[in-house]
Design a protein around this ligand. Structure first.
Ligand code: 5GP
Length: 118
């Protein structure tokens, strides 16, 4: 039985997903059940269970996730208007226990994502 999170399995290519961006610290995918026309998830490779579990030593990673969110929003053509949501804990609606940032926006462009144009 695997103890890996769903998102770790996606990161490891054990499960399929629309991978929009990735680097040495995180991955960005389309949400499988979008709640808005643009619904992306920024997921750290490090399987932090929830935001409140992030350690002092994770501060740079937390900042990186925020920076990537802004950059992929720009590449999707939604940098003027998007929401960034983190559900922390079951009581707040978290269903996948591997930290992730939701990027939600009403419309986007068909920009191509790659590390080269971020
Ligand atoms: P949470 O409720 O934990 O804040 O968000 C989890 C998100 O993961 C949900 O929006 C859900 O639609 C998305 N999700 C769940 N399973 C999968 C999957 O297998 N692939 C992708 N791309 N997204 C998923």
């Amino acid at each position: 039985m695997s103890e890996e999170s769903l998102f770790t399995r996606i990161i490891n290519r054990d499960l399929p997903a629309d991978i929009l961006y990735e680097d040495d610290q995180c991955i960005v995918i389309n949400d499988i059940s979008p709640q808005a026309p643009v619904h992306m998830l920024v997921i750290p490779r490090l399987p932090i269970v929830k935001l409140a579990d992030a350690k002092h030593s994770d501060r740079a990673l937390m900042g990186h996730l925020m920076w990537v969110a802004g950059e992929v929003a720009r590449m999707a053509g939604v940098s003027e208007a998007f929401r960034l949501v983190v559900n922390n804990g079951e009581g707040a609606g978290q269903t996948v226990f591997h930290l992730h940032l939701h990027i939600l926006a009403n419309k986007g462009s068909k920009a191509t994502f790659s590390e080269d144009n971020l």
